[in-house]
Design a protein around this ligand. Structure first.
Ligand SMILES: [Cu+2]
Length: 507
């Protein structure tokens, strides 16, 4: 009686899928997968009979790691032990979130079995959990994908068994009401059902999963951020992330490969809402299995991953450097966090690519080992002990990638296009006016150090009050500027009062 409406719906869909399949003749079964692959054979083509040998404990791995190949040529009984853990973890530097996880990570533990395996699934829900949870594995043939059999209260364990009939890469997720909220809190992961012959060997396998997150605070607003149901219903995510936190796969946590290697990525999309236009800047996928299906597509630039779907991509590395994984719905990458890095190390090959790295401008602060000074300043701010030096240190890191793309890292600007912030007489004349400039932008003619500029600076209102205060304090104390300090209260006042004088250029 606990079955919620969405769950019942899913069960109905799963059942409908089943009845349309036809059973193969015993002869077709005996002939094995080669023959079965040429006929459709339905799901039952993956039934290679009862499990053989001693039961095997599945190796589960945390992202970005992938368990080793099963290396088996017979169907086995595989035992999966997965524990649901609710816990606070960083979602961005200085920002934490109460995630609900399968195995303590977002995405959840990677599960790897072979087609035809009988999987005995044990779902535990940690005693200190506040919520009941269950699991729907898209690789299961049966009502709710296991959800109906795995509803588990805190401190309890459920068990169910399924045969992995279809090979492929499948999403699993929690399907306890409200389903969207459980998924938005990080309750998803991948299960790979290997084809009977296994996958061709590669040098690296990685596990990456996109998800969209909804917090009551703005993007990068510090502190513990609660889930925002309204934003989730409106499909307006605060964060779009790979592997559950900004920085999960950047800086010191970047994925690593060498030149002349083959890389395979199992990439899932937990959603709950967005579909992903998955792209690796500077690489072409030699092979893609769209939607986690059986057939390979070749030479793909960007592949679409549905919410609740997955792809396998493979490519070969030729040129050393940083390759950036993005959702090519590109504001998500640069303004919501959907960005990860694969560092390829090795010898240059100038015949394939000439060099000249543009990392600093393209990636901004994300190419650096994260925002330590920003976190320190946020903590000090919360404790009421924030010093000017802490503001300057944090501001310097934020300036990179936010302001430096135009005004340059040394504040010199660019002749005729971007005015200098270094020794700027415009800035010196009224330092507080800079708050206005950052929050509301600036357009129309301005004179800086005797030179006229007539261009447009877009408003940077996505920055929090803290961030604006720190950036401007850094600017005022750099490059022979007059010094001084901007507080977040001053920024808040300007923000609340709206634009001082509307953009002249617009009328
Ligand atoms: Cu759940």
């Amino acid at each position: 009686m606990r079955m919620s409406i969405p769950l019942a719906l899913m069960a109905a869909v799963a059942l409908a899928g089943c009845t349309s399949s036809t059973s193969p003749t015993p002869a077709a079964q005996a002939a094995g997968p080669m023959l079965a692959a040429s006929t459709t054979g339905g799901s039952a083509k993956g039934d290679f009979g009862p499990p053989q040998g001693a039961p095997i404990q599945a190796v589960l791995t945390s992202p970005p790691h992938v368990p080793p190949p099963t290396n088996r040529d017979y169907p086995a009984k595989v035992i999966v032990d997965l524990e649901v853990i609710e816990k606070d973890m960083p979602i961005s530097e200085g920002v934490s979130y109460t995630f609900w996880t399968f195995g303590g990570t977002v995405p959840g533990s990677f599960i790897r079995v072979r087609q035809g395996d009988t999987v005995e699934f044990h779902l535990k829900n940690a005693p200190d959990s506040k919520m009941p949870h269950n699991i729907d594995l898209h690789g299961v043939t049966g009502p709710g994908g296991g959800a109906a059999s795995s509803f588990t209260a805190p401190g309890h364990e459920s068990q169910f068994t399924f045969k992995a009939l279809n090979q492929g890469l499948y999403v699993y997720h929690c399907a306890t009401a409200p389903v969207g909220m459980h998924i938005a809190n990080g309750m998803y992961g991948l299960i790979l059902v290997e084809p009977p012959e296994g996958l061709p060997p590669v040098d690296h396998e990685f596990y990456v999963m996109q998800g969209d997150f909804y917090t009551t605070g703005k993007y990068r607003e510090k502190g513990l951020q609660p889930f925002d149901m309204e934003k989730a219903i409106d499909e307006h995510p605060t964060y779009v992330l790979f592997n559950g936190s900004e920085g999960a796969l950047t800086g010191d946590n970047a994925l690593i490969a060498q030149t002349n290697q083959t890389v395979r990525m199992f990439v899932g999309n937990g959603g709950p809402n967005l579909v992903s236009s998955f792209h690796v800047i500077g690489e072409i996928f030699d092979k893609v299995q769209p939607e986690g299906g059986t057939h390979w597509q070749e030479n793909v630039q960007t592949t679409l991953i549905p919410a609740g779907g997955a792809v396998t991509v493979e490519f070969h590395t030729e040129v050393p450097g940083s390759y950036v994984l993005v959702d090519h719905s590109i504001f998500r990458a640069f303004n919501k966090g959907a960005l990860a890095i694969l560092k390829v190390e090795g010898e240059e090959d100038k015949s394939i690519y000439s060099g000249k790295e543009v990392d600093a401008v393209y990636l901004g602060d994300r190419s650096e080992p994260n925002l330590k000074a920003v976190t320190a300043a946020a903590k000090a701010n919360a404790a009421g002990t924030l010093t000017k030096d802490e503001q300057i240190a944090a501001g310097k890191q934020l300036f990179t990638g936010t302001c430096s793309v135009c005004h340059q890292a040394n504040g010199e600007g660019m002749a005729g296009v971007f005015p200098p912030l270094a020794k700027s007489d415009y800035l010196a004349a009224d330092p507080k006016h800079a708050i206005e400039v950052v929050l509301h932008g600036l357009s129309g003619p301005v004179k800086v150090n005797g030179t006229e500029y007539n261009s447009v600076m877009p408003p940077m209102s996505q920055l929090t009050d803290d961030e604006v205060a720190n950036i401007l304090t850094y600017v005022l104390n750099s490059w022979d500027n007059p010094g001084g300090r901007i507080t977040k209260e001053e920024v808040a006042t300007v923000r609340a009062s709206g634009p001082e004088h509307p953009n002249q250029a617009e009328h």
